[in-house]
Design a protein around this ligand. Structure first.
Ligand code: PEP
Ligand code: MG
Length: 958
């Protein structure tokens, strides 16, 4: 963001006239290395188009868009002219804020300046200032604005009284980072006061970091002991910053719009809190101007607003919720609207509709500037920071990234570049054939939606169940969402083309989703855009790029889930992406489809030439572009051997898991979906070593009740037909949020309330789950495992519940164990082993906590290697402690399927390996290649190394 610094201020300048002043400003930018001397022409040309005088003795000279090439680095120079200069429009100027900007960064400065324009006496103070600091203090004092946005709202909360709602609002403010725990504590202490119309207010200024307002509404309005409850506002006040919000709240109540908030959606609540009346007509328009709503187009907009003869309000859809008068230049500039953002105009009374239309049309026409239609992809691609040309990847040299799905692929690459959608923004610009009116646009949209649905249905049929089909069904549901359709129709009614209206609806919904700031929901935003592009492609008649007929490795920026689903697995040998981590949707899908994948490989992979050869190693997370003949031959040999081994392993998948010399190591499967238990058996799994029951919870809109859970667990238990099931109790928090279990904002959720710690805060949920597991299992072999246990106290707390339930329902004894995924539990394994029935080592988290590397970290995750000697030592301690007490140990983290790690783990004495379903046959095959002595030697060598690289090298040399 562009900000004003003292170094950029030049005091005491004098100029013969405004031209001279402009030349001095240009020279000063050149001297500061911000622009070439030629930028001067841009400043003059811009001034010739219209005055850059802003008000209160300030002008803001800046270049024309054409002169942007002369900008070397975005920056500002502030020149003070104490004697003043007569500007060419007749105004007197004391300060020039001269801007060299490569894009629309100057809007930030402009926005900060607008508050100066409203203040009396600023002109004189600027003229008389004797220090740079004084000038900056006058110019850069941006007012603090209280926050109210989608993140501070908490709508439809399942609460039964005002206090709970007040607390939900406070928790939301805390999650949004506006308040600390002190604020929440202060809200707990007080009784919300009545505002009327069923609305209540709880407020405090204690622990406020950013003033903000939250509204919590109940699932359904109710009548409490003190009257009806439609919603509770929670106000974090600070200084005077929140007073504007209070005014707007009062206006809302005066207008009688309070009751309707009870079941309003977020957009409506924000509109009302912004000061938009329920009776007003509204219209939206996207800012198309390349540099946003800067002074010149803003002037034009204000001029049109003023000529309508009725008050018109405007707000920025993406901004903080405040409606301002569209007739005030400073206020309109103060919105800081950038290209692509949306303005919402509102007006009441006779003639409102026409007035709004005039504004929307003027916006579409560019407000006196030449504008191009907005296209999300292109606009994002051509966004400010001009991309520096990428260095191509060197040939025959390994390039490391994140391993996302195992397998080796050798094939030419197909680099898929995102299609560009070109379409007119306004319906009237469409040719007659495509129908330049709203009715025709709606019909086009309906056709495209139908076609998209048909495409999805065909893909779902092809996908034949599993994750792919599930995600595509979510897309189908999204297409059917009446709100999306309504938003698009609204856009069409405003005169937009079907394409522009549809994409605006998608984009707005996706942004709202992204704002929820949790990983799973953010992925839903990617799904929305994905489904949006499908419809856009149909509307624009753009075929997505066609891959070659021969087998290939797909190289792509990031793949949307439906892109992966479209992949023809017979042809796609591998997947390489610029972005994404091992936990992204695309990586999960690639694993489900059995396509080798390396992700998060960086922009440079997009320089790969279509058709050039690539070796992709999904196990090690590396790619080798244009390999030498020798390297390619070696890789081909490896691939052939690998394929032969895979075939052999599959044929022998029902053999018991054991080493060549008969040492038994059970090979089980990790499951997220109980419906996959039968597949696990079919892959040769000897049981389920980890059922991630949180996925059962995530698949429901609210916590599944006892019967639902019994049915789900029973499905797995029955499919296992006597094989053991290790069910992990609910492990949410950290990277696995549950939408209906809101958690307080935490600086570091991985070190916060998660796993068993969290479950023990809601014992009723844990109890229902345990009861469901015990009932579902009956006398079948069930093992229950607790996640994220750090010491014996947590185990005992959970065991007490299990024992009580067993007694109550007369359930047979089950094994109760803990996951070892926190170093403390490995260190304390001897005390745990006294009481638990088994351990299962979660190497994913154990590695994360031992090496202090976030397991989802895009850049560091390659270093987060479970074969690190520190992790291996913790595993060794765990096994020794367990065996000393006659207890068994499994490993259920990803390390259990790593071919280099299998012998090490067996050598360390691990009794069970639980791996992803498709890996079962290969892990069994790997066991058969070993003797126990060989495995012990692998372990010994690995433990003797100092780093994970050294471990891998030493093992490779064996
Ligand atoms: C682990 O941490 O290794 C583990 C198996 O649990 P999850 O990956 O589900 O956190
Ligand atoms: Mg874990």
């Amino acid at each position: 963001m562009l900000t004003l610094h003292q170094d950029d201020v030049l005091l005491d300048c004098r100029a013969a006239d405004w031209r001279d002043a402009l030349d001095q400003a240009a020279a000063s930018l050149a001297e500061a290395g911000r622009a070439t001397p030629e930028y001067r022409h841009g400043l003059h040309e811009r001034e010739a188009q219209s005055s850059t005088y802003l008000g209160n003795a300030i002008a803001i000279p800046h270049g024309t868009p054409e002169s942007r090439d002369q900008v070397l680095a975005t920056g500002v120079r502030v020149l003070q002219f104490p004697e003043g200069i007569e500007w060419h429009d007749g105004n007197r100027v004391h300060v020039l804020v001269t801007i060299a900007a490569q894009s629309d960064e100057h809007l930030d400065i402009l926005r900060a300046l607008t508050h100066v324009l409203d203040r009396e006496g600023v002109a004189a103070q600027l003229a008389e200032a004797r220090s740079r600091a004084e000038i900056i203090a006058q110019l850069a004092k941006a007012p603090i604005v209280a926050r109210v946005d989608i993140d501070t709202l908490c709508l439809g909360f399942p609460a039964k009284d005002r206090f709970e709602l007040a607390l939900a609002g406070a928790a939301r403010l805390r999650q949004a980072g506006c308040v600390t725990g002190d604020f929440v504590a202060a809200i707990v202490e007080q009784e919300p006061v009545a505002l009327g119309q069923g609305l209540w207010l709880a407020s405090s200024s204690c622990g406020v970091t950013t003033p903000a307002l939250s509204l919590a509404t109940p699932e359904a309005a109710f009548v409490g002991p003190k009257g009806p409850v439609n919603g509770v506002f929670c106000l974090a006040g600070q200084g005077e910053a929140h007073l504007g919000l209070i005014d707007r709240l009062a206006t809302l109540l005066d207008a009688g719009d309070g009751e309707a908030l009870a079941d309003a959606d977020a957009a409506t609540v924000l509109a009302r809190l912004a000061g938009e009346s329920a009776r007003a007509e509204t219209a939206r328009a996207r800012v198309l101007n390349a540099h946003g709503l800067h002074a010149r187009p803003a002037k034009q907009l204000v001029h049109i607003a003023r000529s309508q003869g009725l008050p018109i309000k405007v707000r920025l859809l993406e901004g903080s919720a405040e409606t301002v008068s569209a007739a005030s230049l400073t206020k309109v500039i103060g919105l800081g609207a950038r290209r692509g953002q949306t303005l919402v105009f509102s007006a009441e009374g006779a003639g409102a509709g026409e007035a709004l239309k005039a504004l929307v049309d003027a916006m579409g026409d560019g407000l006196g500037e030449k504008v191009a239609a907005f296209d999300e992809r292109r606009d994002v691609e051509t966004a400010p920071a001009a991309p520096t040309p990428l260095e191509p990847l060197p040939a025959d040299t390994p390039h490391m990234a994140v391993p996302a799905a195992p397998g080796l692929a050798i094939a030419p690459v197909f680099v898929m570049r995102a299609p560009r959608f070109d379409y007119p923004e306004r319906a009237r610009d469409l040719d007659a054939e495509r129908g330049g009116d709203g009715v025709a646009q709606k019909a086009r949209l309906e056709r495209a939606l139908r076609e998209a649905t048909e495409q999805l249905e065909a893909l779902i049929r092809q996908a034949k169940g599993g994750e792919v089909a599930q995600i595509l069904s979510i897309h189908e549901e999204m297409l059917d969402d009446p709100e999306l359709r309504e938003a698009a129709h609204e856009g069409i009614d405003e005169g937009l083309s079907a394409e522009a209206a549809w994409w605006r609806g998608i984009d707005t919904a996706a942004r709202a989703q992204e704002m929820l700031a949790d990983r799973l929901l953010a992925e839903r935003a990617a799904d929305l855009r994905d489904v949006g592009r499908r419809v856009l492609g149909i509307l624009c008649g753009i075929e997505l790029p066609t891959p070659p007929d021969e087998p290939y490795i797909l190289v792509v920026d990031d793949v949307g889930p439906s892109d992966v689903a479209r992949l023809d697995t017979a042809k796609v040998r591998g997947l390489l992406t610029v972005r994404g981590g091992a936990t992204s949707h695309s990586a999960i899908l690639a694993r489900a489809l059995g396509i080798a994948a390396v992700v998060g490989a960086g922009e440079r992979i997009m320089t790969l030439e279509n058709g050039s050869d690539l070796i992709l190693d999904g196990e090690r997370g590396r790619v080798i572009p244009s390999p030498s003949k020798e390297r390619r031959e070696r890789a081909e040999l490896r691939l052939k051997e690998h394929q032969a081994r895979e075939r052999q392993a599959y044929a022998e998948r029902f053999e018991p898991g054991q080493t060549r010399d008969g040492h038994r190591v059970e090979v089980a499967a990790n499951l997220g979906n109980t419906a996959h238990a039968a597949d696990a058996v079919e892959q040769g799994a000897e049981g389920v070593g980890l059922l991630r029951t949180e996925f059962v919870f995530m698949a429901h809109a609210e916590a599944p009740d006892l019967d639902t859970q019994i049915a789900e667990y029973r499905e797995a238990i029955e499919a296992l037909d006597g094989r053991p099931l290790v069910a992990r109790t609910l492990d949410v928090g950290g990277d696995k949020p549950l939408p209906y279990w809101p958690l307080p904002q935490e600086d570091n959720p991985f070190l916060g309330l998660r796993g068993i710690r969290l479950a023990l805060t809601r014992p009723e949920i844990l109890e229902t789950q345990l009861r469901a597991l015990l009932v579902a299992a009956g006398d079948k072999p069930l093992r229950i495992m607790l996640p994220m246990v750090k010491d014996i106290a947590e185990f005992r707390a959970a065991r007490a519940i299990v024992e009580r339930l067993q007694e109550e329902i007369q359930a047979p004894d089950v094994q109760l164990g803990v996951m070892i995924e926190i170093p403390s539990s490995a260190l304390l394994a001897p005390s745990l082993a006294e009481e638990v029935d088994f351990f299962s080592i979660g190497t994913n988290d154990l590695t994360q906590y031992t090496l202090a590397i976030d397991r989802g970290h895009a850049e560091l995750s390659a270093q987060s290697d479970g074969l690190h000697p520190a992790v291996l030592r913790l595993i060794q301690m765990t096994v020794e402690a367990a065996h000393a007490k006659g207890k068994w140990v499994g490993v259920c983290g990803e390390l259990a399927s790593d071919p280099q790690a299998v012998p090490v783990l067996v050598g360390l004495g691990v009794d069970e390996l639980s791996v992803s379903l498709r890996q079962v046959p290969m892990v069994k095959a790997r066991l058969r290649e070993l003797t126990l002595d060989e495995a012990r030697r692998h372990a010994e060598i690995a433990l003797a190394q100092a780093t994970s690289d050294a471990v891998r090298e030493a093992l490779e040399a064996l």
